[in-house]
Design a protein around this ligand. Sequence first.
Ligand code: ADQ
Length: 489
Amino acid sequence: YEKLDVRPLRQRLLVVANRLPVSAVRRGEDSWSLEISAGGLVTALLGVKEFEAKWIGWAGVNVPDEVGQKALTEALAEKRCIPVFLDEEIVHQYYNGYCNNILWPLFHYLGLPQEDRLATTRSFQSQFAAYKKANQMFADVVNQHYEEGDVVWCHDYHLMYLPKCLKEYNNNMKVGWFLHTPFPSSEIHRTLPSRSDLLRSVLAADLVGFHTYDYARHFVSACTRILGLEGTPEGVEDQGRLTRVAAFPIGIDSDRFIRALELPQVQEHIKELKERFAGRKVMLGVDRLDMIKGIPQKILAFEKFLEENSAWRDKVVLLQIAVPTRTDVPEYQKLTSQVHEIVGRINGRFGTLTAVPIHHLDRSLDFHALCALYAVTDVALVTSLRDGMNLVSYEFVACQDSKKGVLILSEFAGAAQSLGAGAILVNPWNITEVADSIRQALTMSPEEREKRHRHNFVHVTTHTAQEWAETFVSELDDTVIEAQLRTKQ
Ligand code: ADQ
């Protein structure tokens, strides 16, 4: 929370994201308790210290009554957060439906759900209508709190319709939009029934940002091929108006991790973990339990490794920490059972009375426990099938300066572009290749590990979340000023 407190002012920044960085739990008619929530965006923006930032978003709870809404608004104001109240039906159609069932899988190359393939299906149309309605509700709240000169930064696939709604309120508003997921090839995007509407709404922003140059290129191609607009080195042009499109790779607050390692409670935890896993190499996976993270593929590759390297069976342990998300969605429930089944089978096959090869935990770890785990890990396994960036790989590197462990990283994570030279890159679909890279990582010479780690550590500590946000916001400012100069000429 301390990171959300008021700091010396530089510029007012309205950060608009689907979720606020806190979860609210109702304690009484007019009392709420607030808890910080995990997730990539939260982690990144907690690192931003230089702006007077206010957050606008949904608190993750249905609050139908006015007393509750008023009390929650007041409690959140202390954390510089402003709620958008969404009712259950909207959440179902907009969030569970259009965002998580349509855009999320599509942007990660998992295709559209079968029954929604036709634009004419009722569920698709009503979900898209709810999506637009929800985005309009976000715009209404932004507009109520907007003051001239504010920078409005919209985040992620939940709010692709927001730039358009904001510009309709006030064409002078400085609006940026950043996507945390991949933007897929235009051939994938063009299967989306609402493809043009979404592109046009995003183009209403002054600056559009992605994690990697490839995603930015895919977006520009989608605009040229689907909308027939002109792509320029700067972005996309429509009737003389330019929308800047660029890559802004996110980072983490690396100091926060490095400092945490010195804390007595973290040191204590490290000691305990070292004792518990003495004599065994520790491999680690930390993911939200989501199909894009390639958890079953990772575990199957580990099984293949154990199969082919019998001498390693009692010398290595895989700790897989998976926070359940979207637990009410049947596909996610299926994934949980699938992972449990594979882990059970492998532990039955290779375990002994005293030790099992895989420890799988379905839960979130607190920050200090996570840092300790990263620090004792010999090999981190990130096998996302697609991932916008993947901050876990950055966090692992930040905590490894004494151990210099190895990062095995999917080539389909955005992080492969920045940490590729230090990591062992793999195709997560190729289980044999991942199994081989596990052996390579476990047997790598200390000199090679040092060299690879150094490369990644320098990157992670110099490309921070704070720098990412500052770059985006100053670029947004410049873009708006340049556009104003152009119209004056
Ligand atoms: P996520 O898909 O949530 O983020 P990621 O970037 O890996 O993925 O961030 C996850 C965050 O949650 C990390 O900070 C991690 O420490 C934390 N976390 C994960 N599992 C945890 C556990 N079991 N216990 C505690 N903490 C846990 C989205 C995109 C990513 C993109 C980010 C930021 O999908 O590709 O990198 O946004 O843009």
